[in-house]
Design a protein around this ligand. Structure first.
Ligand code: PMP
Length: 361
């Protein structure tokens, strides 16, 4: 009998390692490992979820028109150029399914989001890594990594797990230098944390080869519901819409997202608190001799002396119920990514690192 084999590329995939949420034997756990909003979603989103539950026997709306209208209204975008997915992960998946396949290349940055190579392999394409410069996206390296086989170039801005960001001129230079037929995908999962940043809308509007993605998982505190969206040229939206499953989002997801995106006061509160506590956390870490790059996202990448120290700090924090993220699989084995919590959460992680240092003396 012929062996049963998966499609090419599938066995190349390294399983995604999600943020841990439990520690054996510890009840008071503080999870700062998945860049979640410490305040949760807007109360209006919770109310909308409760109301939408009454209609779960009905199939959801298939075209997401009310959600696209709400996003379009808030961000000043044409709803016809928006597509919604099960998290922005699904929108990234649509892009790979639609534009990349065996023999094609998908370029991403050295310390880029783990889903990029997974999604590329899943469609049989080859992920290609472009080096960064001191944990910052390097446009020259990205351009050098492109070939005539490049179909997609993914950059997250701000990037996960580094938190660093590059400016609009650099992104425009990247878009302009791409090979014919390649699409630049600006992953804006953390864009909302950056004051005055539109995630690249003006660049998308000015080019036909730039697409951007956003999420409700981070600033809006709805990671558990799985809602994301993309904005791009009409032609690309038309292509992606053909492969999107008609019922990919439930009414619960859509109702929650509509209420969340409309609650500007709450979003602004969360953004301002993140900015305030991120600065505090980076300052406290520096005072403890732990450097971090300037982060514009809702996490800080703390750098330790070596791998052994990062591991030891991670274990110590875990023993106190504080879960942060090891990022060895991102090529940063001496770093820990710490989500910006609320005031008490930030204090607890700093106290944990201080007590580690004291115990070592
Ligand atoms: N892009 C980046 C850079 C991320 O960090 C994440 C979440 N970890 C995502 C995309 C996907 O987020 P979601 O699918 O929850 O929208």
């Amino acid at each position: 009998m012929a062996p049963i084999t998966p499609q090419p590329g599938i066995m190349e995939i390294a399983l995604y390692q999600g943020g841990q949420s439990h520690v054996e034997g510890v009840s008071d756990v503080l999870k700062l490992s998945s860049n979640e909003n410490p305040f949760g979603p807007s109360p209006k989103a919770k109310q909308a979820i409760a109301e939408a539950v009454a209609e779960v026997h009905r199939y959801p709306n298939t075209d997401h028109a009310p959600l696209r209208a709400a996003i379009g209204e808030v961000h000043g975008l044409d709803p016809e150029r928006i597509i919604c997915g099960v998290g922005s992960d699904e929108v990234l998946q649509f892009l790979c399914q639609a534009y990349a396949g065996p023999g094609d290349e998908v370029v991403h940055t050295e310390h880029g989001f783990a889903m990029y190579p997974i999604l590329a392999h899943a469609v049989g394409a080859t992920p290609v890594v472009a080096r960064e410069r001191e944990r910052v996206t390097d446009v020259d390296a990205l351009l050098a990594a492109c070939t005539e086989r490049t179909k997609l170039v993914f950059i997250a801005n701000p990037n996960n797990p580094t938190g660093t960001m590059i400016g609009g001129n650099e992104i425009a230079r990247l878009a302009d230098g791409l090979p014919e037929g390649a699409i630049l995908v600006l992953d804006g999962a953390y864009a909302e944390f950056v004051e005055g940043y539109d995630g690249g809308v003006s660049l998308v509007d000015a080019r036909d080869n730039v697409f951007m993605t956003r999420t409700f998982s981070k600033l809006y505190g709805l990671g558990g519901l799985r809602i994301g969206w993309g904005y791009g040229p009409k032609e690309i939206i038309d292509v992606l819409s053909r492969i999107r499953q008609p019922f990919n989002l439930s009414e619960i997801q859509m109702a929650a997202a509509i209420a969340a995106v409309r609650d500007r006061d709450y979003a602004e509160f969360c953004r301002a608190e993140n900015t305030r506590m991120r600065a505090w956390l980076a300052r406290e870490l520096a005072a403890l001799g732990v450097p971090s790059d300037t982060s514009l996202a809702n996490f800080v990448l703390a750098r330790f002396a070596d791998v052994a120290e990062a591991e030891a700090v991670d274990m110590h924090l875990k023993s106190r119920g504080v879960i942060v993220r090891r990022v060895a699989s991102y090529g940063l084995p001496n770093c820990l990514r710490i989500t910006v919590g609320d005031e008490a959460g930030c204090q607890r992680v700093v106290d944990g690192i201080r007590s580690f240092q004291e115990a070592r003396r």
